[in-house]
Design a protein around this ligand. Structure first.
Ligand SMILES: Nc1ncnc2c1ncn2[C@@H]1O[C@H](COP(=O)(O)OP(=O)(O)O)[C@@H](O)[C@H]1O
Ligand SMILES: [Mg+2]
Length: 269
């Protein structure tokens, strides 16, 4: 890795006595794909807060694109190329899907009128939401809401995309479509860090997997190696891990969209 796109250097964060980041160091390169797993309350969402600027660290330094961003707020970091989704989608409910994307492109991405329009249209098309462009966001179902959340992050034209549990609650074919979208975005050079409980959504996308527990990394490497690590299994036991180890992976959307599409199993939210 030459110059890392993102670097966390001994970052620490506590909420009272709860340690959510304990001396965390991490380097992610341009175009990298990293998955993050870990039990509830491990500090995964908080880690995104520290990277995106929603949370200020108690100690340590964060660098993005070669500059120190520790003191920059979320708006400034978004303009530099850090795009994130939220675990609980946060659209402006009374605005249409397209208006939500325009706001993201202008306010988040700092794009001017014409460029913001182009970015909003691209995000709409990329996430398959074109037919919903004029629908108020509050009328969208779960899948479309998740897509809008992703589209809002994409409309800011990120070079680093942070995905926080975007697959939770979706059916297998829906997850497969999401995986395809993320792969396409990554193929164009955007680095992806994806927090996901649904491990089988991660494994087709990420080349590196990290397990976070109690504000510490307990595994970092090739997904199969990390999932087989006894220390990881101890903190992250579950059917998802077992399924991933057994080689259970998603069919591509074309195959998944066939017979099984209607009755797909819902993944755990
Ligand atoms: N703003 C906050 N104030 C106080 N405690 C918080 C705050 N945000 C998160 N926490 C606590 O920090 C811990 C980690 O939360 P979180 O990062 O959301 O974990 P995860 O995403 O891994 O489930 C939890 O114990 C949570 O209750
Ligand atoms: Mg979380």
């Amino acid at each position: 890795m030459s110059e890392p796109l993102l670097e966390l250097d001994h970052v620490t964060k506590r909420f009272g006595r709860v340690v959510i980041a304990e001396d965390l160091s991490l380097a992610v390169g341009t175009g990298d794909t990293v998955g993050i797993v870990g039990p509830n309350g491990a500090g995964k969402t908080s880690l995104f807060g520290l990277i995106s600027g929603d949370l200020a660290p108690g100690g340590g330094e964060i660098r993005f694109g070669g500059r120190t961003v520790t003191g920059l707020d979320a708006a400034a970091r978004c303009r530099l190329g850090v795009g994130r989704t939220y675990q609980v989608p946060r659209p402006f409910g009374d605005m249409t899907v397209f208006e939500n994307l325009l706001v993201a492109a202008q306010q988040g991405g700092g794009l001017r009128r014409r460029a913001s329009y182009t970015a909003a249209v691209a995000a709409l098309e990329r996430t398959g939401l074109s037919s919903q462009a004029n629908v108020p966001a509050e009328r969208l179902g779960l899948l479309q809401r998740k897509r809008l959340e992703l589209a809002r992050a994409l409309a800011t034209q990120p070079t680093l995309l942070l995905l926080d549990e975007v697959a939770g609650g979706l059916t297998d074919p829906e997850v497969a479509q999401l995986v395809e979208i993320v792969r396409e975005v990554n193929a164009e050079g955007t680095a992806v860090i994806w927090i996901e409980h649904v491990v089988r959504a991660l494994t087709p996308v990420v080349s590196r997997l990290i397990c976070l527990t109690g504000g510490k990394f307990v595994g970092d490497g090739a997904p199969a190696t990390v999932l087989a690590d006894p220390a990881v299994r101890e903190v992250f036991l579950g059917t998802e891990v077992t399924a991933a180890l057994a080689g259970g992976s998603l069919e591509p959307p074309s195959a998944a969209g066939g017979d099984g599409a209607a009755g797909g199993e819902r993944s755990q939210p």
